[in-house]
Design a binder for this molecule. Structure first.
Ligand SMILES: Cc1cc2nc3c(=O)[nH]c(=O)nc-3n(C[C@H](O)[C@H](O)[C@H](O)COP(=O)(O)OP(=O)(O)OC[C@H]3O[C@@H](n4cnc5c(N)ncnc54)[C@H](O)[C@@H]3O)c2cc1C
Length: 320
């Protein structure tokens, strides 16, 4: 039976959602054991939020883990993985993970697949899927040797509740700080609007079909009517009509809302890579051959400037 180690990602005292996404994916694999590795200044603080989701929480405390810095994490993980000999190690494909994962794989002489969107156990090791050529195709990679280091795409798996009530195992990393060539100086957050499109259940995506900035209020009001957040294709972000943090796609965010309404979006593969996992997709496009219709569950072939006001009127009628 395989055993999986999942590296808990946390920032400023909060466990990041991707941790629960990875733990869910690991549990669904039917692994013999799923152990979460929590490295923090005082890991007792965060451990209770993880124990329901794993068979065990390996708690590694120390000042070296107060903020993320890849060297202490890597040193500790090399030692821990050497002791536990897991079949696979899951690390988020985040800024944090991309700093750590490759150097960890080199230190362990292990195989690594980044930006993984699916993984299953194979006859020997794991089969891991990831997009290639900016999402144009999905390649399955064989990872026959252990441990397989799998860097998991964020917002790709849906986190699910669990009640495993895993035990907490204290583990001493020893001296991991000395000799470090890098050090954490400060965390500077990019100013954001506070809107996280990856957390919204209804998202209205705006594409170049909106034509001009002066047409934005139409879609903003529509989104408000239906309790949605606005997202965008890249040209809309490049034009400065919406901030980069709401861009959907291969160089933006991957989202899995309950409902995604694409307005005037052609459906380039770079965009589809970020929203094809939505439960329901509705597309409005005046071109019946637009590729967005190949992933849409419902499609309206018409001018969005006619469709959106008509929808708003209908919704108002239904609400009253
Ligand atoms: C390396 C790389 C990374 C990229 N990353 C991303 C990414 O993360 N996200 C992303 O979105 N793109 C990304 N792109 C860009 C991508 O290739 C497309 O250019 C982009 O998605 C197109 O955006 P769009 O659908 O809004 O515009 P267009 O392709 O111009 O499509 C506009 C659509 O609106 C329709 N339309 C026009 N007027 C109306 C109307 N009045 N009513 C209804 N429909 C109308 C048209 O029929 C057309 O289908 C990337 C490209 C590269 C090279």
């Amino acid at each position: 039976m395989s055993s999986i180690l999942v590296l808990v990602e946390h920032r400023q005292g909060a466990v990041r959602d991707v941790t629960f996404e990875m733990l869910t994916a690991a549990r669904k694999l039917g692994a013999g054991s799923v152990e979460a590795v929590l490295m923090a200044e005082n890991c007792d603080v965060l451990a209770p939020s993880i124990t329901p989701h794993a068979n065990k929480v390996v708690c590694v405390s120390g000042p070296a883990f107060k903020e993320f810095s890849y060297e202490p994490y890597q040193k500790a993980l090399v030692k821990l993985i050497g002791e536990k000999k897991p079949s696979a190690v899951l690390i988020a494909n985040s800024a944090f993970g991309t700093d750590l994962g490759p150097s960890l794989a080199v230190a362990l002489n292990a195989g690594l697949v980044s930006d993984a969107v699916a993984f299953t156990e194979a006859d020997s090791g794991f089969s891991v899927s990831r997009g290639m050529y900016a999402g144009k195709l999905v390649a399955d990679w064989a990872m026959p040797s252990e441990p397989a280091i799998i860097m998991v795409r964020q917002s790709n798996f849906k986190p699910e509740p669990a009640s495993l009530g895993g035990a907490v195992e204290k583990w001493d990393a020893g001296d991991v700080a000395s000799g470090a060539k890098t050090k954490f100086i400060s965390l500077e957050e990019v100013p954001t609007t506070g809107i996280d499109i990856a957390k919204a259940s209804i998202v209205v995506g705006i594409g170049r079909g909106i034509k001009e900035a002066k047409n934005m209020p139409l879609v903003q009001e529509f989104a408000q009517d239906i309790g949605a957040v606005l997202a965008a294709s890249r040209p809309v972000v490049d034009a400065g009509w919406l901030p980069k943090e709401v861009q959907v796609g291969s160089s933006g965010k991957t989202i899995k809302p309950k409902l995604y309404i694409a307005l005037g979006i052609s459906g380039a593969f770079q965009h589809i890579a970020g929203m094809k996992g939505a439960d329901t997709i509705i597309a409005v496009n005046k071109d019946p051959k637009a590729p967005i219709f190949s992933v849409a569950h419902y499609g309206i072939v018409d001018d969005l400037h006619k469709v959106v006001p008509a929808l708003r009127t209908k919704i108002k009628e239904m609400k009253s």
